[in-house]
Design a protein around this ligand. Structure first.
Ligand SMILES: *[C@@H]1O[C@H](CO)[C@@H](O)[C@H](O)[C@H]1NC(C)=O
Ligand SMILES: *[C@@H]1O[C@H](CO)[C@@H](O)[C@H](O)[C@H]1NC(C)=O
Length: 185
């Protein structure tokens, strides 16, 4: 009876980890970084860093010592978060750095970068700095980053067409009023 319940708990725990863990492809990662406000200038450095630190796995977790643990895609250290509740330099729960939602991870990683630079990540220093960086130029979101933000063509032309007809209407009104002033003279 008790062992059955334990098995159920283990099954639930396993299915949760399967659901929560996501491993991006290189191009998916590029899209996510672009979407989350990372500057194009450094994207290939970030992709290299993430590949070296976490293998693009959003649930990556490493405990170097009981007090120094590293969380998620960016392997952000425990001084930037707090276990079980919000805290640390990023004011975030460490567990939030392990889920599929990488928006908060991105905000925190940019904060780390702002304060310490890429050198915070020892694997960036060892395997990315000054080396051949991942080729992301064939990723669709890298080539056409503005597709999504620009409005469709028909929407772009219709307001100007509307403006033109409004101008025409105003012009004919102007003619008519001129004619009426001529008549009234
Ligand atoms: C991602 O990382 C988690 C935690 O380290 C690990 O359990 C999981 O197997 C990894 N997923 C893949 C596909 O490597
Ligand atoms: C973006 O536009 C180009 C052509 O301008 C097209 O070939 C490409 O498939 C588009 N990408 C997306 C994601 O819609």
């Amino acid at each position: 009876m008790a062992s059955g319940r334990v098995a159920v708990v283990i099954l639930i725990a396993l299915s949760l980890t399967i659901v929560e863990c996501k491993v991006f492809t290189r191009c998916q990662l590029t899209r996510e970084l672009l979407k989350n406000g990372f500057s194009r200038t450094f994207i290939s450095n970030w992709v290299c860093l993430i590949e070296q630190e976490s293998d693009r796995n959003t649930s990556a977790f490493h405990a170097k010592t009981p007090r120094r643990k590293y969380y998620g895609l960016f392997q952000i250290g425990s001084e930037y978060c707090k276990e079980g509740r919000k805290g640390g330099k990023c004011d975030i729960a460490c567990e939030a750095l392990l889920d599929e939602d990488i928006r908060d991870d991105g905000v925190c990683a940019l904060k780390v970068f702002e304060q310490e630079g890429f050198k915070y990540w020892s694997r960036w220093e060892a395997r990315c700095k000054g080396q051949l960086l991942p080729d992301i130029e064939k990723c669709p979101d890298w080539q056409y980053p503005s597709n999504r933000s620009s409005p469709p063509r028909d929407k772009r032309t219709s307001p100007s067409r509307g403006r033109r007809s409004a101008l025409r209407k105003r012009f004919t009104l102007h003619l008519r009023s001129k004619r009426s002033t001529v008549l009234s003279l």
